[in-house]
Design a protein around this ligand. Structure first.
Ligand code: PHE
Length: 451
């Protein structure tokens, strides 16, 4: 089936494809979620398990989603329908519709926090504060019933405005310029953090694994984090790849996305953990970790206010390129399956996510006593999407590609735009057919307490 690039639009340049896909992958997941999840799970051992998941599940999943998307040139549901006659596979489409909505809701809350911190950096309100004061500042803000919600809504409006521009004008243009700048800034900050007193201890925490700390929770969290960070298991990359041209080198793009995404996460850790140990903050703080550690680092730097502005600005942009990809999954899906207009879909998405996002935000403050399955709403939404739905989605994708699609079709698609060696393809294929499904089903069963 050929890609209908003229009607749907497509990414124009090779760099555009890479920048936009890396833009979708790199976001708050790398810079906000990775350090705190690693911190809560004890550091080094978690990171090793995480890297194993990126290599053995993440990378094959990226390649599989790329295959499905580009081969069919359709949204996830249409793509599964095109590749298999078995109707029940289309249920996967529903998952690819619900999951991005859930993620977009809690993600916009955190994106709103970065906007507030950008604001505070510009106004100078983060300057000259002690570690203790910075910590209370965050508590006060995140528990406030109004301010974080206003930022969240503004962020959603921004996402939707860029999405209205479509794939080429909106997404590609923003990603092309700003992603490389973000990378550069992270390198500079990592250099600065390594000069802090607690650098050695921070690095030891990250890179000296204590294998006795590996529990089933660590494994689950590492997998959830790998999937979340690489944006796999929910059709985001199927959707993006449906806009790729036939010249795009799928295996190479997949490897580049996995490497860059992982590098950014590790860099974020190298920035944060030295600061954690220098300023006496607990690495197991949880979601506020980045927001209470980094302002301390900026306060120690010459021209700190400027660095702070730059950092939070780019973090907001990284969040934006990810939120756009989430909204794009829903848009492509609804446009193709229900023939609705982009405008209408985005309006609906805005309303749903504003409501759900507000609940997530309030659950950190005034609604904190509401617990469902022992979790507040924010972490329940995160857990359902990142740990349950994405695992389920990932399992569906590998089983589908490994068992329901002809192997030669996959190989031929991979060969378009690449010179993929048969041996590399065989490695990929057997991972997708055997290793990944067994791994994912084991993890799902243990998540539901069945093994
Ligand atoms: N991978 C993005 C991040 O790390 C989040 C994301 C998840 C984006 C799923 C799209 C789909 O921030």
């Amino acid at each position: 089936m050929s890609n209908n690039t003229t009607e749907r639009g497509s990414f124009t340049t090779k760099l555009g494809v890479i920048a936009a896909t890396v833009g979708a992958a790199v976001g708050l997941g790398n810079i906000w979620k990775f350090p705190y999840t690693a911190g809560v799970n004890g550091g080094g051992a978690f990171i090793i398990v995480y890297l194993i998941f990126v290599l053995f599940l993440g990378l094959p999943l990226i390649m599989s989603e790329f295959f499905i998307g580009r081969n069919t040139g359709q949204n996830p549901r249409g793509a599964f329908r095109t590749l298999s006659k078995i109707k029940s596979w289309q249920a996967f489409g529903l998952l690819c519709f619900i999951c991005p909505i859930l993620i977009l809701s809690f993600y916009s809350v955190v994106a709103g926090w970065t906007a507030e911190y950008l604001w505070l950096s510009v106004s100078g309100d983060l300057t000259g504060k002690s570690a203790q004061e910075l910590s209370s500042l965050f508590q006060g803000f995140s528990q406030d019933p109004v301010r974080p919600i206003i930022w969240m809504i503004l962020f959603l409006i921004l996402t939707i405005s860029v999405s209205l521009g479509g794939i080429k004008n909106g997404i590609e243009r923003v990603s092309n310029i700003l992603m490389p700048v973000l990378f550069l800034i992270l390198l500079i900050l990592a250099g600065r953090s390594l000069l802090l007193e607690g650098a050695a201890e921070g690095l030891r925490f990250m890179f000296q694994p204590d294998f006795s700390k590996i529990t089933s929770k660590v494994i689950l969290d590492a997998m959830g984090q790998a999937f979340f960070s690489l944006s796999v298991g929910m059709g985001a990359l199927i959707t993006y790849a449906s806009y790729f041209k036939k010249e795009t080198n799928l295996p190479q793009t997949a490897v580049i996305v996995a490497i860059l995404d992982t590098t950014v996460a590790i860099l974020a850790g190298i920035i944060i953990f030295p600061a954690v140990f220098t300023f006496g903050i607990s690495p197991a703080q949880g979601p506020e970790l980045v927001f209470i550690t980094l302002p301390n680092v900026f306060n120690q730097m010459t021209g700190g206010q400027l660095w702070s502005i730059l950092f939070f600005f780019l973090l907001a942009v990284a969040a934006l390129t990810s939120t756009i990809s989430m909204s794009e999954i829903v848009v492509t899906y609804m446009m193709e399956e229900y023939k609705l207009s982009r405008k209408k879909i985005l309006l609906g998405l805005f309303v749903v996510c504003s409501i759900l996002g507000s609940l997530c935000s309030l659950s950190l403050g005034v609604m904190n006593d509401i617990r469902i399955l022992g979790r507040d709403i924010f972490s329940l939404v995160d857990f359902t999407a990142s740990n349950i739905l994405m695992t389920l989605g990932g399992a569906s994708i590998v089983i589908f590609v490994g068992w329901f699609v002809n192997k030669e079709i996959i190989y031929q698609e991979m060969l378009q735009g690449s010179k993929m060696k048969r041996s590399f393809f065989a490695m990929y294929y057997y991972t997708v057919k055997y290793i990944a499904p067994v791994g994912l089903i084991t993890i799902l069963l243990s998540q539901f307490g069945l093994i």
